[in-house]
Write a protein that binds this ligand. Structure first.
Ligand code: ATP
Length: 854
C-alpha cells in the first residue's frame, strides 16, 4: 500500500495537478501517450486515500472491460485488494446493465432480461421484414439496424422517429420508407422477448433516471465521484446519463483526447468533449501534453497532421524522448510489394535491434486489408507464418457452435428470448421445421406474446399444428423446463455441461469426423473452460457458492472488442486502427495510405468525416514508440480486379515534409538525410534488389522529388470517383481470430496472369493503371486532365509502338525525358530514356508506362 506522498511522487507536475483537483467538474485533455491511464488510476487511489471515499461510491467508466480490469488491478496494487475490488468500474454498458437488472421492474422488464448482440438485432430485423413482406435486399438488416441505433443514440424512440420529417425523408430517399415501422415492431418484439439490445442499455438507463426522480437521486447519491475515460468517444445518451448522475454534486472528472475521437460512426460525439466546459460551466481544464511514448519526430509528425483539423482543443503535445528517425513513407508499386516490403522491414529491424515480434504492429483501415500481409508472412521464404496474430473477423463468441450453446443458456435464463428460441428450437434437429416456426411466430405476433408462451399454451393461443408437431414442441419445452428447474441448484459450469450433453449438441458434433468437426468440439471445450474460469474467478472474488448462469451471460454478452485480447504472445499484431486504440508498439506500419481507402470513400464528401479520418491516422501514428512507417501502393487488387486509379492519401500531404523520409520503390528517398534510402533501393541488402526483376531494369532511382507538392497536386486533381463497397469501411466490431488460411489471390505479376491479360485484352487497361496515377481507359483517355499535360498525348503500349528515339515522354515518377533508344518487342520491349531530372534510365515498357507528350 502506498501513501499519498509516494503516490504523488510518481506523477509529473501536470498529472499531479489533475489528480489532486477534486473540487468540481474537471476536464483533462490528455495528448497521446501522456499518461491518461496513470492519471485516472492515481486519481482514484488518491480519492480513496486522501478523501477516504468508499470504493463503492466511486464510479469509473472505461471504454473496454479490459481497461477496467487492468485499472482495477493497478489500483489494488496501490491501495490494497479490498478497496480495489469494490470500485464501481467498468464500461457504460456493463455498469448500467447491472443497474437495469436491479430496477428492471420499474421499466416493465424482468431482471433476467437478455442482452441482444448485433447479430441478434439483425436477425430480429430480418424476421420483422419478412413478416412485413419487405425485401431484405432493399431493407438490409445491417442498414436498418444502423438507422435504429443512430435514432436511439439521439434518444429518438419509435414515436419520435415516426414524427421526425428529416428521418422519414432520409429513409424515403434511400428507398426504405418503412424503416419507422420496422423500428416500432423491433422495439415491441424486444420487449416481448424480455430483451434489450446494446443501445437499449443506455436508452433505458437514461429513461429510468430521467423519469424516476427518486431512483435518480439514489444513484446520484451513491456515485459521489464519477470518472470517465475516453470521454471523446461518448455519445449523446451517455453524456445525458452522466449529467443526470452528476448535476447535483458535480464531482465529475472526464479524461480524453479530442484528437483521438474516432467513433462517430457508432454515434460518438466529439462535441461532448469540445463543449464540456459549456455544459459544466465551472469546469476546470487540465492539459497533459508530455508524450512519454514516442520519439520527438513521431510526435512532431503527428502534430503537424492535426494542424489541418479545424475542430479541436488547441494543444502542443511534446516529447522529451530522443529525436529518433523521421516517419518513413514507402511508396510501392503494388499491394503485394507493400506486403513484402513490410515483412522484410520487420525482419530487418528485429534482427538489428534484437526486439520481439510483438514489438511490431501492422495497422490498416479495414479488416479486409490483412489478407495480403497474412499471405506474405505464410510464404516459406518469409517464414513468419506462426509469427503473427490477426485481430478481426469472426470472434469466438460468434462461431456457430458457441452461439448455439449460448442460445440454450439464454433460453434457460429467459425463456421469452425470441432469438435464442428461434436458433435452437430445431437444433439439434427435432423435426420442428420452418413452417411450424412460422406458425408459432404468427400466433405470437397476433396475440402479442412470446414464442415460449405460445408453445407453453398452444390451445389457449390457438396454435394450429398437428398432433405430432404439438408433441415435438412440448418435448422441446420439457427439455428447457428441466434446465430451468436445475438452474437454482447448479452453478453455471454444471448447468452448461448438462445442457451440452442432454440437448444432443454433444452427440450431434460427435458425428462430424471432419477437421471442421474437430475444431467445433475444441471450441466447445474452450467454452467450458471459459465458464470454469469465470466461476473460479467469481468465487475468488468472494461471490456466493453458486455462480449463476445469469452472471456468466451478462459477462459474455458485454465483452467488447478488445476484451479477449491475449497480448502475451510474442507475435506481430495485425489489426485495424480502431482496434489499436490505447495500445503501443515499438514499430508501427500504417498501410494502404491511398485515397478511397484512407481516407475512406465514404468520408471524402464531408469535412467532419474527413477530420475524423485524419484523427484516425493520428491515433495510428501515435501508437509508435520508435519507428513509424506509412505505406501505399500504386496498384491494388479489390473485388477481384486491379484498382488502377490509386492515388496516395491526401493525408501524406498534411504531414510536414521535414518529418518525413520518403522512399520510392526502386530508388532513394527524397529526404536525403537518411541512410535508409541505400538499403531500400537494394544496395546494402546484397542479394535483395526488388525492383530490378519486375520493374526498372537499370540501377535504382537515385534522384529526389518534392513529396509534399507532388501529392498535393496529384490527389487534388485525380480523385478516384469510383464507389468502394462497404468491405472497406471500418469494421465497427473488430474481433480476434487466429491466423487464417491463405486465400487464393491473383498475383498481378505472375506469368500466367500476364498471359491472361495479354490474351484477354485487359492488359492495356491494367498497365495504364500500374503507373499512370489515376488516368483511365485503354484508349489513353483521362477522366480528368492533369494540369500541364497536352490533351493529345498518348501512352506507349506494352509493345514499343508509338515510341521512337527523340520522342518526348513523361513518366509518373521520373518526369519528362527524351527517348534515346527503343529495343525488343512485345513483352520485352525496352526504352532508354534521358530524364531531365533524374538522368538516363532503361525501362521495361510493359511496366513503366510512358506518356508520349511530343
Ligand atoms: N509520469 C510518468 N513518468 C514516466 N512514464 C510515464 C508517466 N506517465 C505516463 N508514463 C508512461 O507513458 C506511456 C503512455 O501512458 P498511457 O498509456 O497512460 O498513455 P495514454 O495517455 O493513455 O495514451 P493514448 O491516449 O495515446 O493511448 C506508458 O508507457 C506510461 O507508463
Amino acid at each position: 500500500m502506498q501513501t499519498e506522498q509516494t503516490l504523488l511522487e510518481q506523477l509529473n507536475d501536470n498529472q499531479r495537478q489533475a489528480v489532486v483537483y477534486c473540487d468540481g467538474p474537471q476536464l483533462v485533455i490528455a495528448g497521446a501517450g501522456s499518461g491518461k491511464t496513470r492519471v485516472l488510476t492515481y486519481k482514484i487511489a488518491y480519492l480513496l486515500v486522501h478523501y477516504d471515499l468508499k470504493p463503492w461510491n466511486i464510479l469509473a467508466l472505461t471504454f473496454t472491460n479490459k481497461a477496467a480490469n487492468e485499472m482495477k488491478g493497478r489500483i489494488s496494487g496501490l491501495v490494497g485488494d479490498e478497496r480495489g475490488r469494490s470500485l464501481q468500474m467498468g464500461t457504460f454498458h456493463s455498469i448500467f446493465s447491472r443497474i437495469l437488472r436491479v430496477e428492471a421492474a420499474t421499466l416493465g422488464f424482468s431482471s433476467d432480461f437478455t442482452i441482444y448482440d448485433e447479430a441478434d438485432s439483425r436477425s430480429l430485423i430480418k424476421s420483422i421484414c419478412k413478416q412485413m413482406g419487405l425485401d431484405d435486399k432493399t431493407y438490409k438488416p445491417s442498414t436498418v439496424h444502423a438507422a435504429i441505433s443512430m435514432a436511439k443514440n439521439r434518444l429518438q424512440m419509435p414515436d419520435d422517429y415516426a414524427a421526425d420529417g428529416d428521418s422519414l425523408e432520409r429513409d424515403r430517399r434511400r428507398n426504405m420508407a418503412e424503416t419507422h415501422k420496422i423500428y416500432r415492431a423491433y422495439q415491441s418484439r424486444l420487449r416481448l422477448a424480455n430483451a434489450m439490445d446494446f443501445d437499449d442499455l443506455l436508452v433505458y438507463t437514461y429513461l429510468l433516471l430521467n423519469q424516476n426522480e427518486e431512483i435518480r437521486r439514489k444513484y446520484a447519491a451513491r456515485f459521489q465521484y464519477v470518472l470517465v475515460d475516453e470521454y471523446q468517444d461518448t455519445n449523446y445518451v451517455q453524456q445525458q446519463i452522466l449529467w443526470l448522475l452528476t448535476r447535483d454534486v458535480r464531482r465529475i472528472c472526464v479524461v480524453g483526447d479530442d484528437y483521438q475521437s474516432i467513433y462517430a460512426f457508432r454515434g460518438a460525439k466529439i462535441d461532448n468533449i469540445l463543449n464540456f466546459q459549456k455544459v459544466y460551466a465551472d469546469a476546470q481544464l487540465f492539459k497533459l501534453e508530455r508524450n512519454y511514448r514516442s520519439t520527438k519526430l513521431i510526435v512532431a509528425a503527428a502534430n503537424s497532421l492535426m494542424k489541418h483539423n479545424e475542430r479541436q482543443i488547441p494543444k502542443e503535445v511534446y516529447s522529451e524522448n530522443e529525436n529518433g528517425e523521421k516517419v518513413k513513407v514507402m511508396e510501392t508499386i503494388s499491394d503485394k510489394r507493400e506486403a513484402a516490403i513490410v515483412c522484410r522491414e520487420i525482419k530487418r529491424i528485429r534482427q538489428q535491434e534484437k526486439c520481439r515480434w510483438s514489438d511490431f504492429a501492422i495497422l490498416y483501415r479495414t479488416n479486409a486489408q490483412s489478407r495480403l500481409f497474412e499471405e506474405e508472412m505464410r510464404k516459406s521464404e518469409v517464414a513468419m507464418g506462426d509469427k503473427y496474430r490477426v485481430y478481426g473477423g469472426l470472434s469466438f463468441y460468434q462461431r456457430k457452435e458457441i452461439k448455439d450453446v449460448i442460445a440454450y443458456l439464454r433460453l434457460v435464463v429467459n425463456p421469452n428470448d425470441e432469438e435464442a428460441f428461434r436458433r435452437i428450437v430445431n437444433y439439434p434437429a427435432r423435426g420442428i421445421g420452418d413452417t411450424t416456426l412460422a406458425k408459432v411466430l404468427d400466433c405470437a405476433q397476433q396475440q402479442e406474446t412470446s414464442l415460449w408462451e405460445v408453445i407453453s399454451n398452444p390451445v389457449q393461443y390457438q396454435l394450429l399444428v398437428n398432433k405430432g408437431t404439438a408433441t415435438k414442441l412440448l418435448n422441446f419445452r420439457a427439455l428447457i423446463d428441466g434446465f430451468v428447474a436445475q438452474r437454482e441448484e447448479s452453478d453455471a459450469l454444471t448447468l452448461a455441461r448438462d445442457i451440452i450433453e442432454k440437448s444432443g449438441i454433444k452427440a450431434d458434433l460427435a458425428t462430424d469426423r471432419t477437421a471442421e468437426g474437430d475444431s467445433r468440439r475444441e471450441n466447445l471445450d474452450s467454452l467450458i473452460s471459459g465458464i470454469a474460469d469465470f466461476v473460479q474467478a467469481q468465487r475468488e472474488d468472494g461471490q456466493e457458492e453458486h455462480v449463476l448462469l445469469t452472471d456468466y451471460l451478462a459477462n459474455v454478452s458485454l465483452m467488447t472488442d478488445q476484451d479477449s485480447d491475449d497480448s502475451s504472445d510474442d507475435k506481430v499484431t495485425l489489426m485495424t486502427i480502431h482496434a489499436a486504440k490505447g495500445l503501443e508498439f515499438g514499430t508501427v506500419f500504417i498501410v494502404g495510405l491511398e485515397e478511397n481507402i484512407f481516407p475512406s470513400q465514404m468520408s471524402v464528401g464531408s469535412m467532419r468525416e474527413l477530420e475524423e479520418e485524419r484523427r484516425l491516422l493520428y491515433v495510428a501514428i501515435t501508437r509508435a514508440e520508435k519507428h513509424c512507417y506509412l505505406t501505399w501502393a500504386h496498384t491494388r487488387w479489390r473485388f477481384g480486379k486491379m484498382d488502377g486509379f490509386v492515388n496516395a492519401s491526401r493525408f501524406l500531404n498534411d504531414i510536414a515534409p521535414k518529418y518525413l523520409d520518403v522512399q520510392v520503390e526502386g530508388g532513394r528517398g527524397s529526404g536525403g538525410h537518411s541512410s535508409y534510402g541505400e538499403t531500400w533501393g537494394g544496395n546494402s541488402h546484397g542479394s535483395y534488389r526488388p525492383w530490378e526483376d519486375d520493374y526498372e531494369i537499370n540501377k535504382p532511382y537515385t534522384g529526389s522529388r518534392e513529396w509534399g507538392n507532388d501529392y498535393g497536386r496529384r490527389s487534388g486533381r485525380m480523385q478516384n470517383s469510383r464507389p468502394v463497397a462497404g468491405q472497406f469501411m471500418a469494421d465497427p466490431k473488430p474481433k480476434i481470430t487466429s491466423p487464417r488460411q491463405a486465400e487464393q489471390a491473383v498475383n498481378p505479376f505472375s506469368p500466367s496472369f500476364e498471359k491472361m491479360l495479354r490474351q484477354g485484352g485487359r492488359w492495356t487497361k491494367v498497365e495504364h493503371a500500374v503507373t499512370n496515377g489515376g488516368r483511365t481507359s485503354g484508349s489513353g483517355q483521362r477522366t480528368s486532365a492533369p494540369s500541364g499535360a497536352s490533351s493529345g498525348s498518348s501512352y506507349a503500349s506494352s509493345g514499343s509502338s508509338g515510341l521512337h528515339p527523340g520522342s518526348v515522354v513523361e513518366h509518373q515518377r521520373f518526369g519528362r525525358g527524351v527517348v534515346v533508344k527503343v529495343e525488343g518487342v512485345g513483352e520485352n520491349a525496352k526504352a532508354t530514356v534521358d530524364f531531365d531530372a533524374t538522368g538516363r534510365k532503361q525501362l521495361l515498357l510493359k511496366f513503366a508506362k510512358l506518356r508520349i507528350v511530343g
